[in-house]
Design a protein around this ligand. Structure first.
Ligand SMILES: [Zn+2]
Ligand SMILES: [Zn+2]
Length: 282
């Protein structure tokens, strides 16, 4: 087999291939040796070859023994992730073996199936995130993928079917119109307190607000990176004044508050709500 033909084969497989597969496709041991000598292939580990220009993350996962998975696969697609998960998540299939390598901090996944090299599907990655990183990370990632048009109805049903029974309600609670991951987290946490919110509500004279609670309390999340400019601050203040003039109360929370001081966010919402209902703080 000519080196260019072998290179084509590996390229079509995503840039990484088992030596055994290449042999099964008709390459000889001598062909492979010649290609390695010509730097057309690199040996990632015993029996695994890669194109030198192959995706570095795919190569590292192959060194570890499988394919890019879970949070790492979603991160590549641009799906929003609630925590900065820097480790490489690798799917080895049901019985794949982990191969030790220098500097390994990989998170190994062993969910059912036979792993190849490359990147798992978005459906599999979402299901993996649910079991690996929990309800909140999954929920925000699922809404983000939906919002970005990355998962259609059939794929959403597939994700739901892949979750353990206790997590399926998360798919039922999800919406395609959450404006940011922060909104997703806020909505999920309040739903656990039994609080249901109206989302993306248009209030005449004010505009579209993130959430409306009890028809009277506006919740706004500030998950935008460039939100601390003076112009934005003025706009927010003006919006709050417009809302107040119409009898609404506004609470604003940013990423840091929701992430690090949730108890404060929760206390603020519950107290406002109690007052609105003529509770002890009325
Ligand atoms: Zn994982
Ligand atoms: Zn590793």
């Amino acid at each position: 087999m000519r080196t260019s033909t072998a290179v084509d084969l590996v390229a079509r497989a995503g840039g990484v291939m088992r030596r055994a597969h290449l042999l099964a496709h008709g390459a000889t041991v001598a062909d492979i040796r010649r290609a390695v000598r010509a730097d057309a292939f690199e040996r990632l580990r015993e029996g695994v070859l890669a194109l030198p220009g192959a995706d570095p993350m795919v190569k590292e996962a192959a060194v570890h023994g499988g394919s890019v998975a879970c949070a790492s696969a979603l991160h590549r697609l641009g799906v929003w992730l609630w925590d900065d998960e820097a480790r490489l998540h690798v799917w080895l299939g049901t019985s794949g073996r982990r191969h030790p390598h220098p500097g390994c901090r990989c998170v190994t996944h062993h969910d059912a199936g036979t792993s190849a090299f490359g990147v798992v599907s978005i459906v599999q990655a979402l299901v993996q995130v649910a079991s690996c990183l929990g309800d909140e990370v999954f929920f925000a990632a699922f809404e983000s993928a939906w919002r970005k048009g990355m998962i259609d109805r059939a794929q959403r049903a597939e994700v739901r079917a892949g979750l353990r029974a206790g997590q399926r309600r998360l798919v039922d609670l999800a919406r395609p119109d959450a404006d940011s991951g922060l909104e997703s987290i806020l909505r999920l946490r309040l739903s656990r307190l039994g609080i249901r919110l109206e989302c993306q509500v248009r209030i005449p004279g004010v505009g579209i607000v993130d959430f409306l609670l009890d028809g009277r309390i506006i919740l706004e999340t500030d998950g935008r990176a460039n939100h601390d400019g003076l112009v934005m601050r003025h706009k927010d203040l003006r919006r709050d004044a417009l809302a107040a003039a119409r009898g609404f109360e506004t609470l604003r929370f940013d990423y840091a508050l929701v992430l690090h001081e949730w108890h404060l966010v929760e206390a603020a919402i519950l107290a406002r709500r109690a007052r609105a209902h003529g509770g002890p703080h009325a």
